[in-house]
Unconditional design. Structure first.
Length: 150
């Protein structure tokens, strides 16, 4: 690690601990040449994830797209930001755990539906109506019947 004070490339790690975010490691280092101390952060390198859309086009994964879909479905529902954030973290964790570089958007949509179903039935129905492109009221009624039957 290059020292920010003298520019030499030799330093030693004095202390290592998890950072406040829990997703990185905070390392306290000391330069072996000038003896000055500095802090570095080490994060896991995430492989870029590509989402395969319905029309087979490809886009880089963007967490904000999941957030916006969920926010539309939970409008005026008693769901906290912590619940939404936790749900999205869980969905992302599942997506990234597969280790694939490409994932179909339909798979992401199904994961969102699964999590919303466990969280709030109204939000689930709202999301399903857009995601599954309902064309008539009968489809809503059928979904509600299935939901009540679970």
């Amino acid at each position: 690690m290059k020292c920010p004070f003298c520019g030499k490339e030799d330093s030693k790690v004095i202390d290592s601990r998890p950072a406040d975010d829990g997703l990185s490691i905070r390392r306290r280092r000391q330069c072996v040449f000038c003896n000055k101390r500095f802090t570095t952060y080490e994060k896991i390198e995430i492989i870029p994830l590509v989402v395969i859309k319905k029309d087979f086009s490809r886009q880089l994964y963007d967490r904000r797209k999941i957030e916006s879909g969920i926010f539309r479905s939970i409008n005026k529902r008693p769901i906290s930001m912590e619940q939404v954030s936790s749900m999205i973290d869980s969905i992302e964790s599942e997506i990234f755990s597969y280790g694939d570089r490409e994932v179909p958007s339909s798979h992401i949509g199904e994961l969102v539906l699964e999590h919303l179903k466990a969280l709030d039935s109204v939000a689930y129905i709202r999301f399903a109506s857009i995601y599954q492109e309902f064309d008539d009221a009968d489809t809503f009624v059928e979904l509600i019947r299935k939901l009540k039957g679970d």
